[in-house]
Ligand binder design. Structure first.
Ligand code: ZN
Length: 233
């Protein structure tokens, strides 16, 4: 079908995959580090989230606990702010930072923030594509084994189309994430939940979390480049 040379984009691609693991470790270690420091007011993530929402005049948001660690999210459809147990009940700087970040998404939703609207509109499509793409990948492998080049080429183009769609989704996710983190930091500081001395710690935590999205986007971009540039007849 295609000869394949290992090129610069392959090396960068695997480098980016390695970077995503490093970033994940960095996020977890920063989370753990600041999970040991209680916030000065002794408030839980849930209480802080509720108070910030009230101060912003945002109503009708359910704040509920969910299982796992760093599984926190905001669901704009159900108007639900889901906080992991450690954040929901936790009184640490980590709990505050993450709770405020999710409130940041709720604020974006309340303000009809364009990028969040676009992201939400695309999310369903990407979830559907995520389920289907395995069929394409397996078909591509079978075609390679059976030397069915024509169908193999179609599956390769389908995979590339999927990667481009994923890249688009990731690119519109980035401003949403950075904006939510910026809002979180400002809201926590302005509402008096964190002191000036703690602001840097909150910033470090949220910055590390945002880097996971940057690394994932880089992986997708380099995957596209290595397939397009790295393959030749
Ligand atoms: Zn987020």
């Amino acid at each position: 079908m295609y000869d394949y040379d290992i090129g610069i984009f392959d090396i960068l691609f695997w480098g980016a995959i390695l970077a995503t693991f490093v970033v994940q470790i960095m996020v977890h270690s920063t989370y753990k580090k600041y999970a040991k420091i209680d916030n000065m007011l002794g408030l839980t993530g849930e209480q802080v989230a509720r108070q910030i929402l009230e101060s912003k005049g945002i109503e009708g948001i359910n704040i509920i606990p969910i299982e796992g660690e760093l599984t926190d999210c905001y669901d704009p459809k159900k108007k639900e702010l889901r906080l992991s147990q450690g954040v929901f009940e936790g009184k640490s700087l980590s709990a505050l930072g993450i709770a405020a970040h999710e409130v940041g998404h709720a604020c974006q939703d309340a303000e009809n923030y364009g990028m969040l609207k676009l992201r939400n509109a695309t999310a369903g499509g990407i979830m559907f594509a995520d389920k289907l793409i395995w069929v394409v990948i397996i078909t591509n492998i079978i075609c390679a084994v059976l030397h069915m080049y024509a169908i193999g080429l179609i599956t390769l183009f389908l995979f590339l189309a999927y990667l481009c769609f994923l890249l688009f989704f990731q690119l519109i996710t980035l401003p949403c994430e950075f904006d939510a983190s910026k809002r979180a930091e400002t809201m926590l500081f302005n509402c008096g939940f964190v002191a000036e001395s703690e602001r840097k710690k909150i910033h470090d935590l949220l910055f590390a979390a945002a880097m996971t999205y940057v690394a994932a986007t880089a992986v997708t971009l380099l995957n596209i480049l290595r397939i397009v540039v790295g393959r030749r007849r």
